[in-house]
Design a protein around this ligand. Structure first.
Ligand SMILES: NC(=O)c1ccc[n+]([C@@H]2O[C@H](COP(=O)([O-])OP(=O)(O)OC[C@H]3O[C@@H](n4cnc5c(N)ncnc54)[C@H](O)[C@@H]3O)[C@@H](O)[C@H]2O)c1
Length: 321
């Protein structure tokens, strides 16, 4: 059994800050590390931002539901109104938001990880960077600690090779944003101990994010794991279709939403993920599987070359200015 009295997160960026918030939301004290104090502060501000977002979401629920019901032409009786108010009463208070923020402690020092039971590495997607972090953590972590990485594409077997914690290492691949998407792909390396995998799955199963209980699934160590292996080729194919002038970007997204029941169109989703990330994963799938079917589209390459990476730069397949 994995009992996490204190957790660590390395990298206070998009994913690291959100993973730290999810852990703190589940009442686990967290140390959040980045390389510089300003980056740590930015991460802590992100944590606060997530709790503010949840407060706003909860406060708006009642009004949204009223609008939805009115839109359907329904008029509530005072009794029904009372039930609705009770049901949709905000369950998350400002006091709780403050507790979450205070549960996350920022640091630039590895020594802060001396007493953690689990650490999730969420720094840049680069083998040398992640290996450096794994080596530093290996020296400082307690013997029993689980060393997890949020990598989207790197091999945890290679990342942990030869380390004291090699048998305690695995991938916990959260999805963006972890505060609302519940899936976590759990991937063991060649040397990972079986009880470390089952304990981590069980631990994650006991957590929830702002909307749902987490959904950890065990996936074999293959390039792209499961979701990216299916998703990225689909997004890439959408780029090919766009390049061939089959339809416009808007029509392509509308078609997939209206015809395949997707909540977001592929190009909207690619813009949200980041086109550089999509391109990188497509290239990894192509190299690792050696199959030309994973070849990234020119449309995607051109946009990345131009620095139009999607929402994060204000322009991708769509303009966000
Ligand atoms: N963004 C996504 O949609 C997404 C989804 C799933 C998984 N991932 C994976 O999560 C990881 C992080 O991605 P991100 O989007 O949060 O990146 P990001 O660039 O937003 O954040 C990375 C953070 O790590 C910090 N960092 C770099 N080197 C460090 C070091 N040696 N020690 C401590 N901190 C260090 C950086 O300063 C930065 O703040 C990557 O492995 C990525 O593949 C990303």
């Amino acid at each position: 059994m994995l009992y996490v009295r204190k957790a660590g997160v390395v990298g206070a960026g998009t994913m690291g800050a959100a993973i730290a918030e999810v852990l703190a939301f589940n009442e686990i004290p967290v140390v959040l590390k980045d390389v510089r104090e300003d980056l740590v502060q930015r991460g802590l501000n992100r944590v606060r931002g997530f709790t503010e977002e949840l407060l706003r979401f909860q406060e708006a629920r009642l009004e949204k539901e009223r609008e939805r019901l009115e839109g359907m032409g329904l008029k509530l009786t005072p009794e029904q109104e009372g039930i609705l108010q009770e049901r949709l009463k905000p369950k998350f208070s400002r006091a709780r938001a403050e507790q979450i923020v205070h549960r996350v402690e920022g640091t630039t020092e590895d020594s802060a990880f001396r007493d953690v039971d689990l650490v999730v590495e969420a720094a840049f997607e680069s083998f040398p960077v992640k290996r450096g972090i794994f080596e530093a953590l290996d020296r400082i972590l307690p013997e029993h600690a689980v060393l997890a990485t949020n990598t989207s594409s790197l091999s945890v077997t290679r990342l942990a090779r030869g380390l004291l914690h090699a048998r305690n290492s695995l991938v916990t691949h959260f999805f963006n944003p972890p505060t609302t998407l519940p899936l976590v792909e759990v991937v063991a390396g060649v040397d990972t101990r079986e009880d470390v995998v089952t304990d981590t799955l069980e631990f994650l199963q006991g957590l929830r994010n702002h909307r749902y209980p987490l959904v950890p699934i065990r996936v074999k160590e293959v390039p792209g794991f499961l979701v990216n292996r299916l998703l990225i080729p689909m997004l890439n194919e959408a780029c090919f279709a766009l390049d061939e002038g089959v339809v416009s970007a808007r029509e392509l997204d509308q078609a997939l939403k209206a015809g395949a029941g997707l909540p977001m169109g592929p190009l909207e989703l690619a813009d949200m993920i980041g086109l550089d990330v999509c391109l990188e994963v497509a290239q990894i799938l192509q190299t690792e599987y050696g199959d030309p079917k994973y070849r990234p589209s020119l449309a995607l390459k051109r946009l990345v070359d131009a620095g139009h990476l999607g929402r994060k730069t204000g322009r991708g397949f769509y303009d966000y200015a």
